[in-house]
Design a protein around this ligand. Structure first.
Ligand code: UDP
Ligand code: MG
Length: 319
């Protein structure tokens, strides 16, 4: 399986509960495709028994390849690791929690071959399994991203998709860190197709995307593609400046007409309005500076501690 036809990349973080069900559905499906494949699980520094279960399963499933990251580096970084190591002519990324039905993978392959495209997006035709706040924030996110990327990015296409080797090589050649796959891939602009599917509930376990990780994704998405917030900061700064000039003129006029000292309220208002605007601008600047800082450090975004393909002798996971 030096050059597999298909690599299925699965980032996993603390997924011991869903792992057995996932393999139960994945194994016959992949075997039934009748092509050479590898199932490349990227263990994103799990703290539970995920790693041990993976290595156990790999014993009697030669196509199962386990890559362990030394520490939890996040969903997107785990995908980067998968892209770097995948050897397939086609690479499918899928979540471990069975929200993305593996049965769609053959449809992806068929679409890629029949329509001769490099990218096949899995698009959710129904989001009713998600909660209302999640749906609303997701809609906002996709609308904003369409504007920022300057291309039609498929709505409700997350990280369940197929890409060809050409796309994998192009993504790997990008020097940037903190890449957001669902934006970078449409941005590259390869010919694409869509396959609709119904997103299921998580089969077991709980979400591994907490609020911090979701905000991280949103900030990375915006700062990777647009300097508009930076310009917004300038405009807000100008507006703040204008407001403060008006306050000063008003205060002077009141003083000149001798109608008493302007109220305490307006002082507090001025201080807080300007203070708020300044803080906002500083925060926005900070986001970009942090990004520059991170990329200037040139630290690896992830470190691979183990790859079952290279490290046949040492099958014991680090506890
Ligand atoms: N995941 C990961 N690292 C993380 C968080 C999540 O590899 O730090 C994986 C997780 O195991 C799953 C996928 O990313 O396979 C999507 O996560 P999840 O299903 O928890 O996100 P949700 O569907 O709730 O947005
Ligand atoms: Mg999920």
């Amino acid at each position: 399986m030096r050059d597999a036809e298909l690599s299925v990349v699965v980032p996993m973080y603390d997924e011991e509960e869903v792992l057995p069900i996932f393999f139960e559905r994945m194994h016959p499906l992949l075997d039934g495709l009748g092509i050479s494949y590898e199932l490349l699980v990227v263990d994103d520094g799990s703290r539970d028994r995920t790693a041990a279960l993976l290595l156990e399963a790999a014993n009697d499933w030669p196509q199962l390849r386990v890559v362990r990251l030394l520490r939890n580096s996040g969903h997107q970084a785990a995908q980067s690791a998968g892209f770097r190591r995948a050897r397939g002519r086609y690479v499918v990324t899928i979540d471990a929690d069975l929200q993305d039905p593996p049965e769609v993978i053959p449809e992806f392959l068929a679409a890629a071959r029949e329509q001769d495209v490099d990218v096949v997006y899995g698009v959710r035709s129904d989001r009713s399994s998600d909660s209302w706040p999640k749906r609303t924030t997701a809609r906002l996110y996709y609308r904003l991203m369409c504007r920022l990327v300057g291309k039609d990015i498929p709505f409700d296409a997350a990280d369940f998709r197929l890409v060809s080797r050409r796309v994998v090589d192009a993504v790997n050649a990008l020097p940037e860190d903190g890449r957001v796959f669902r934006l970078v891939i449409p941005w590259l602009g390869f010919p694409s197709a869509e396959v609709r599917y119904i997103r299921a509930e998580r089969a077991a376990g709980t979400t591994k995307y907490n609020l911090t990780k979701m905000l991280r994704l949103a900030f990375d998405s915006v700062t990777a593609f647009s300097a508009a917030p930076l310009r917004l900061a300038t405009w807000l700064g100008l507006l703040g400046g204008l407001l403060s000039v008006m306050f000063v003129v008003g205060a002077l006029l009141i003083k000149l007409t001798g109608r008493g000292i302007p109220g305490w309220t307006s002082t507090v208002l001025a201080v807080s309005v300007i203070g708020a605007i300044q803080l906002l601008c500083l925060g926005l600047l900070g986001e970009y500076v942090a990004r520059l800082f991170q990329s200037s450090q040139r630290r690896p975004q992830f470190l691979v501690g183990y790859d079952s393909l290279e490290d046949q002798g040492h099958q014991e996971p680090v506890p």
